[in-house]
Design a protein around this ligand. Sequence first.
Ligand code: GDP
Length: 296
Amino acid sequence: MASALSDRLSRIVKEMRGQARITESNVSDMLREVRMALLEADVALPVVRDFIARVKDKALGQDVVGSLTPGQALVGIVNRELAATMGEGVADINLAAQPPAVILMAGLQGAGKTTTTAKLARHLIEKRKKKVLTVSGDVYRPAAIEQLKTVTAQAGAEWFPSTPDQKPADIARAALDHARRHHFDVLLVDTAGRLAIDEALMREIRELHAVLNPVETLFVVDAMQGQDAVNTAKAFKEALPLTGIVLTKLDGDSRGGAALSVRAITGAPIKFAGVSEKIDGLEVFDADRHAQRVLG
Ligand code: GDP
């Protein structure tokens, strides 16, 4: 069984007890442990490397050298760096736009976009008292449009019909027009995903972005994706100005290292976490709490 970062760190604190000074070799030993623990939590390698380099810089600086308890000082640096990378506190959804505030959902097929669209609709109805319309731009899978219809009804929101013979940009325009005329506060736009990144998908979602001018463009990513989350995040970040991330399937047994990777790669705050398949299985993401989960 993999040993969690917090266990590894407390072992280091013990080993270093009684040492008056920290040496470069102590720091290297500790950083090796941190590196192992982050990789075990499924944080992507380039993100781990950057992280280690930053901790090393600080550890070899005045923060640790000369400290009364060098082990604890090192642990403090790791914890602070983890919190800074994860983003501190809670980032709320932004609805500051001329209504309807448009929220565009992006991500690979199976990431949880449709489920999250409905969960978010429910969240906005219950917590923010908004009138919410959903629409699906997934013209490739009729079942996806039907799925959104079903889950939107569960959320108590309204659903705007679309059909596979329409162009996604036309669907977007029609939904926007409907939302305006019927005074919806929020329009949630679910989009087509693919099993892997492809250029046609990216072109299509960029076009949707241009038509909709969304106040939020949320990248939905499966926490179980682990190392692969980085490549997906990179591709979506290059295609779209992402304003936030939703990390789904955090109820799975992953240690949630994908959060650190995706956040580091996109620079966008993680706004929500999916914690079950059910309509109420969405939580506002708490970065500090999640940092503890990655620590194990
Ligand atoms: P999409 O292709 O991106 O629209 O993905 P879906 O919304 O259809 O979700 C794919 C699968 O993941 C479905 O079986 C969902 O029930 C499931 N799912 C989505 N979010 C979560 C979550 O937070 N936790 C769990 N356990 N399952 C989820």
